[in-house]
Design a binder for this molecule. Structure first.
Ligand code: A2P
Length: 297
């Protein structure tokens, strides 16, 4: 398991298996329309975020790039992640996809690139071989210096087993849905045991857990909001949270989580919460809404 200390400040980092440092809170951009992304990313960087998470299928890589340029933050102080979408599976397609994302972002390298989804459809019998070809493209771009770290998203043990069978560069990150009410500890622990850093997508359950009474009562004890309890819970458990907000006050709030600590008892209560806010997205099948949107283009 990767031994990581609990970060003590927003500028602290987790260390990936290849030694690359990754800022401990990332700014999430899922569901932010491209025309709002520029201002949101620039505001987040102005508030001290140094880690931005996007994906080709979010359709907002251009806005992320514009926001980065507007912010004036030097490239070498930033950590930028984007993700490979299922429409670009295969070796050549993956190389073209990296170039496309770099062009959208206006960058000449990525800090982290993830396979976004392990399978397109449940009937996708060839996923193992297809992911192998895709990963060869990842490794080529990594070895060429276009990407500093490689990873996956929404992968379960069987998907990681298949990838690790043939890869020469192992995945360093697995980005999973992770929030109070949907912690999927079996998958999280499995990745950690492989030395893979887990990142939390929807650390606030896309907003669905923010009215929860238990989280609110825990937060009240420390003068913190439910959102801050969620972010803190991830950090205290060695998981890197990627909270998303387009509002600067909330962006600042989501990063103001270093002056309190949840007790073991509180963490246990959070871990025992019944399912709440689960996206219903399954690793065996890429989200139909995202696929439908792309097929219409
Ligand atoms: P908004 O962008 O309008 O602020 P997640 O990070 O789990 O995907 O959750 C994002 C959702 O939670 C968005 O709807 C976002 O809305 C909302 N949100 C983010 N931060 C906060 C906060 N501190 N307080 C309340 N709602 C928040």
């Amino acid at each position: 398991m990767l031994k990581q200390n609990i970060p003590a400040a927003m500028t602290d980092t987790f260390t990936l298996a290849n030694g690359v440092q990754i800022p401990c809170i990332g700014y999430g951009t899922w569901q932010t329309p491209n025309d709002q992304t520029r201002a949101a990313v620039s505001a987040a960087l102005g508030l001290g975020y140094r880690h931005i998470d996007t994906a080709w299928c979010y359709g907002n890589e251009q806005g992320v790039g514009q926001g980065i340029r507007d912010s004036g933050v030097p490239r070498d102080q930033l950590f930028v992640t984007t993700k490979h979408w299922v429409t670009a599976r295969g070796y050549e397609q993956t190389i073209a996809a990296v170039e496309d994302s770099l062009k959208n972002l206006g960058l000449d390298y990525l800090d982290l690139y993830l396979i976004h989804w392990p399978c397109v459809l449940r009937s996708d019998a060839a996923w193992e071989e297809i992911n192998a070809q895709t990963w060869r493209g990842f490794e080529k771009m990594y070895n060429d210096g276009k990407i500093r770290a490689l990873g996956v998203s929404n992968f379960q043990a069987k998907h990681l087993d298949a990838l690790e069978k043939f890869c020469t560069v192992k995945p360093m990150v697995n980005q999973l849905e992770f929030h109070p009410g949907y912690l999927q500890w079996d998958n999280v622990r499995d990745s950690m045991e492989r030395g893979i850093l887990v990142e939390a997508w929807s650390p606030l359950g896309s907003g669905a857990v923010l009215q929860n009474e238990l989280l609110a009562s825990i937060g009240k004890r420390y003068g913190k909001t439910t959102a801050q309890v969620c972010v803190r819970y991830a950090l205290q458990n060695g998981v890197l949270p990627l909270p998303k907000s387009v509002h600067p006050v909330r962006m600042a709030q989501n990063a103001d989580v270093f002056d309190f600590a949840l007790s073991e008892e509180e963490c246990a209560k959070i871990a025992a919460m019944p399912t709440l806010g689960f996206s219903t997205y399954l690793p065996e099948e890429a989200p139909a809404d995202a696929l439908a949107g792309l097929l219409k283009k």
